[in-house]
Design a protein around this ligand. Structure first.
Ligand SMILES: *Cc1c(COP(=O)(O)O)cnc(C)c1O
Length: 469
């Protein structure tokens, strides 16, 4: 039996084994952030070459934790893309609010398994709180169900699984028990500009990405609701709030009008665009979203929490529960008065993602969320207008945080995008829009300031001139 004294010593040594490691992690992380303004946003080739120092066979003997962290800082950190900083404009990849990084660290130290209420009351409770906050921010029905997943792709999977369950139940088919073999077919309608991850989600839930009905899109990539086919039988219509190239929004209200005629399930891929709903100035872009049946979005994009963090929201909470339910003698039954995350989402064991979302939302407040959306969209507009004034073509209507720039023909545009990435002041990606190569600018971080936009513009223009544009 442990005496009180030796027990205290054991517990101290447990805590002590973290002390130095966490202090070192905090110190090196801060050093990384301090260095950020002085490095290139992209990764230099030398940093990639050095990565092999982290490889090789697994050493037989272990190493000291702090020296491992130092090696990570020295060799790993330079091979990171500086996407947490204010001059990264690639993908649609958000930064990370300081409070959300701090909350994420604390949640790691707590090492909660958010699978069940009993395994993490705080993890499960904050999911309920955050879900209510998000539904209210987006203007969605307060009684929707929700699941906290890795990203929008998994949120799409979750929502599509719920749709599949609900639509087939109407046909007296139990898809959870009997699968899709021999089931009544489900039609799926998508826009021409559907995101690749939506197609992958359709493939994962057995609905197939090759059997979708594709609806034409307009010059901005918006689905034309007049071209939606009127189909018989169970039907899902996937709409998009926020096109990854143009930032445009499918006309959700008009799609919902058509869906009513067909009794179709409407799913909204709103990875970043759903956040337009939080801003009075942009709410019109998602008009009608509250009439859809399910919604997928990311917290790691516009809300700026660390990766990975997506949310699925489903109006028919019974369909979501049914699609996700799991039974075993050692699991609490579903439904249950307390939130049991594994009974309402695709994962079993996982981290408590709601913690840093809660911290981010609480630090911003609803005004702060709208302000963040407005600020990033304003920066994108400013960048596009300045490049236009400099004589370059802006290929989209900048309605949100995305802008597409052409510097001339395809080859010069590609050359300039490569040169901008190599120069390193900022980072923009390349894309093809309506058959034409373009530079894609996405402003998605709280960290981007006016000064970052100025500095990036100067760099882009000088690189473009040097390339002969
Ligand atoms: C980013 C994005 C996705 C995929 O989201 P992940 O978080 O990477 O899973 C889906 N749809 C759209 C429109 C996106 O912008």
């Amino acid at each position: 039996m442990l005496t009180t004294k030796s027990k205290a010593r054991t517990e101290t040594s447990f805590a002590d084994s973290y002390r130095e490691v966490l202090a070192e992690a905090a110190r090196l992380s801060q050093r990384y952030l301090d260095d950020l303004p002085h490095r290139t946003v992209g990764v230099p080739p030398e940093a990639i070459d050095r990565l092999k120092e982290l490889g090789g066979p697994l050493p037989t003997t272990g190493e000291e934790p702090t020296s491992i962290l130092q090696l990570l800082h020295e060799v790993g950190a330079p091979a990171t893309v500086a996407s947490i900083g204010g001059r990264f404009f690639g993908g649609v990849i958000g930064g990370a609010l300081p409070v959300s990084v701090g909350a994420h660290w604390m949640a790691d130290a707590w090492d909660q398994n958010a699978c069940l209420y009993d395994m993490s009351p705080v993890g499960a409770y904050l999911e309920d709180v955050v879900l209510q906050w998000l539904l209210s921010l987006f203007g969605l029905p307060p009684d929707c169900g929700g699941a906290f997943v890795t990203g929008t792709q998994m949120a799409d999977v979750t929502a599509l699984a719920s749709a599949r369950t609900a639509l087939l139940l109407r046909e007296n088919w139990d898809v959870e028990m009997d699968g899709l073999f021999g089931a009544p077919p489900i039609n799926v309608i998508v826009g021409e500009e559907v995101h690749a991850t939506m197609l992958k989600a359709l493939a994962l839930v057995g609905l197939g990405k090759g059997r979708v009905h594709v609806v034409d899109a307009d010059s901005q990539g918006r689905m034309n609701p007049k071209r939606i086919p009127r189909l018989q039988g169970p039907t899902i219509i996937c709409v998009q709030a926020g096109n990854v190239n143009t930032g445009s929004f499918d006309p959700i209200a008009a799609v919902c009008d058509v869906a009513v005629e067909m009794n179709a399930w409407v799913h909204v891929d709103g990875a970043f665009g759903l956040w337009a709903a939080t801003s009075p100035a942009r709410r019109h872009l998602v008009e009608g979203i509250e009439r859809a049946d399910s919604w997928a979005t990311d917290a790691h994009k516009c809300l700026n929490v660390p990766h990975d963090s997506g949310i699925a929201m489903v109006r028919d909470i019974d369909a979501l529960r049914r699609a996700m339910s799991i039974t075993a003698a050692y699991y609490p039954p579903s439904p249950c008065s307390l939130r049991q995350p594994m009974q309402i989402g695709p994962d079993s064991s996982r981290r408590a993602r709601a913690i840093e979302i809660w911290a981010a939302l609480r630090s911003l407040g609803s005004n702060g969320v709208a302000g963040l959306v407005e600020r990033t969209s304003g920066h994108a507009k400013r960048l596009a207008e300045s490049l236009k004034a400099a004589g370059f073509a802006v290929l989209n209507e900048v309605v949100f945080n995305q802008a597409l720039i052409s510097f001339g023909d395809d080859s010069i545009t590609d050359r300039i995008v490569d040169a901008i990435q190599a120069e390193g002041t900022c980072w923009c990606g390349g894309t093809t829009w309506k058959g034409r190569r373009a530079m894609r600018v996405s402003v998605s971080s709280w960290a981007t300031t006016e000064a970052d936009i100025e500095r990036s513009l100067d760099a882009i223009l000088s690189v473009a001139r040097a390339q002969g544009a």
